[in-house]
Design a protein around this ligand. Structure first.
Ligand SMILES: [Zn+2]
Length: 75
């Protein structure tokens, strides 16, 4: 089930609850203004998809995983 979250900066997120087996403690910041949208602890992880960006700026902050090319290779 998805819940719609609106940040103070007018960004709109779809909040998705994911049940996980491990105990998690984390929080999510607004990708536009940095305000903490939500924090959680327990067995339910929250995921936020930005569905409306008031600035029109395409954020790259959602991608936190380093690209595989960063792995150093010995030539
Ligand atoms: Zn915001």
């Amino acid at each position: 089930m998805a819940i719609i979250i609106r940040c103070g900066c007018e960004a709109v997120y779809e909040q998705i609850e994911i049940r996980v087996t491990e105990w998690v403690e984390d929080s999510a910041d607004c990708q536009v203004c940095g305000y903490v949208l939500h924090s959680w602890r327990g067995h339910d992880m929250l995921s936020f998809n930005l569905i409306k960006n008031p600035t029109g700026y395409k954020s790259t902050l959602a991608c936190t995983v380093a690209p595989p090319d960063r792995v150093s290779r010995k030539s």
